[in-house]
Design a protein around this ligand. Structure first.
Ligand code: GLC
Length: 421
């Protein structure tokens, strides 16, 4: 008798927590570079086992710009095709209107995360996204090659350019004719906005639009930064960088054909992978300063998980979001994929710091990272970024001087701002 009622109770519980009877089907986008999708899939599989729900993980383009266009199309039509979206740190102001408030599901978990990210993810008073990982632009360098040719780490961009040129020349003369000095992201997409904002801000040229919403980009320091970057193309960087995203730069660096690379933390776990030709030869540091009076600056990036307002299974979807952003999962992602946690206490975790020494050493890079102006420009941010990366791209391609390009950019931005941001 007793046995039977235990059975009945557990059957009821199973149904109540998404067991077979009421199993939900949830569709998610997560991870488009490095080990992102693989890590997401294994965490999702555990959740499926625990809940009896099923999940479809959909692949998305690797470019943040292309992802946003796709997501705007899906959400803009009120489609329920995707329940959980992985959203970029710059999107809450653009997509917030289509996302549910996660507060009723979070049980206060947001208090454990970096509060500026939580503020960033709060749209009209609603917590529209839970942070999954944070990002800052970093400089990767070949420790072995710098040592071999008698160089120390670069402090300024001009140090970087001269070291890059010297090592490139000597390595080519020594037989590696594929060697390049520096690879980064210069395709006309969101990644270039990040790289270019780093150059500009490192010279003290600001971040396109200031927190008050004023357009600040048309200034001589910004012009200097962009002209400097243009001088790298075809000298220390292959012409091809004009079409590089993160994974293209990583491909060249990881196969041993670049001295320096600008990339995000995820590239570390892959460069250190068992099959990586540069394993144990790589150092990670803050990006260089823009001259003696400049400062090292990395762009602030990062990804969150959010639930579509059009989802037919918001409870299951939100439960999955909480599962994927919880502490144990952030720890696993940090150790296996070098994704920086957003939960503050994980920065004292010895296992995480052992796997990723830079997460402890480069604290300033992460805490002082320069934010793109997505808060100040709100729903217009994508247009602002678009105008900026196109302006930067035309300077890098040698089509126009930085001065002329920035003066045109200022006019374009004023037009976008005409009715206010
Ligand atoms: C990284 C950053 C993201 C940024 C993107 C640009 O994924 O985390 O914030 O927009 O790179 O390519």
């Amino acid at each position: 008798m007793k046995f039977k009622s235990v059975l009945l109770t557990s059957a009821f519980l199973l149904g109540g927590f998404g067991g077979v009877a009421s199993a939900a089907e949830v569709t998610i986008t997560c991870g488009s570079v490095g080990k992102g999708q693989e890590l997401c899939k294994s965490a999702v599989a555990e959740w499926e086992k625990n809940t009896g729900n099923t999940v479809k993980v959909v692949s998305v383009p690797s470019s943040a710009t292309e992802q946003l266009a796709l997501f705007q199309q899906i959400l803009g039509s009120g489609s329920d095709d995707i329940d959980v979206f992985q959203v970029d740190v710059i999107w809450p102001g653009i997509l917030g209107n289509h996302l549910i408030d996660l507060k009723p599901y979070s049980n206060g978990a947001e208090n454990d995360h970096f509060q500026p990210i939580i503020e960033n993810n709060t749209y009209e008073g609603k917590l529209v996204a839970m942070p999954s990982y944070t990002d800052a632009g970093l400089l990767y360098y070949r420790k072995d090659l710098l040592e071999k040719h008698g160089h120390s780490q670069p402090e300024t961009w001009s140090d970087l350019a001269s070291i890059a040129q010297d090592v490139q020349d000597k390595e080519r003369a020594g037989g590696n004719d594929k060697m390049w000095g520096f690879v980064f992201q210069a395709k006309a997409y969101e990644g270039l906005t990040c790289d270019a904002i780093e150059w500009v801000d490192s010279f003290g040229g600001g971040a396109i639009v200031n927190p008050e919403g004023d357009i600040t980009i048309n200034n001589p320091k910004a012009a200097k930064a962009l002209d400097m970057a243009a001088s790298w193309i075809g000298t220390i960087a292959p012409e091809g960088v004009l079409n590089y995203q993160e994974e293209d730069a990583r491909g060249v660096f990881q196969s041993g054909n670049a001295v320096f690379m600008r990339n995000w933390p995820y590239a570390w776990s892959l460069a250190q992978g068992a099959d990586s030709p540069v394993k144990d030869k790589v150092g990670v540091m803050a990006l260089p300063k823009g001259g003696e009076e400049g400062k090292p600056t990395g762009a602030l990036g990062g990804w969150q998980l959010a639930v579509s307002k059009y989802s037919k299974n918001p409870d299951a979807a939100a439960d999955l979001v909480m599962w994927l952003t919880r502490k144990d999962e952030q720890k696993r992602r940090a150790i296996e994929g070098s994704y920086n946690p957003t939960i503050v206490s994980l920065y004292n975790d010895p296992d995480i710091l052992a796997a990723n020494p830079f997460m402890g050493e480069l604290k300033d890079t992460f805490t002082n990272a320069v934010a793109r102006p997505s808060r100040a420009t709100g729903a217009n941010y994508n247009k602002v970024s678009n105008a900026f990366y196109n302006a930067a791209h035309s300077v890098l391609s040698g089509k126009v001087s930085a001065e002329a390009s920035l003066s045109k950019l200022e006019k374009d931005l004023k037009r976008i701002k005409r009715k206010g941001w």
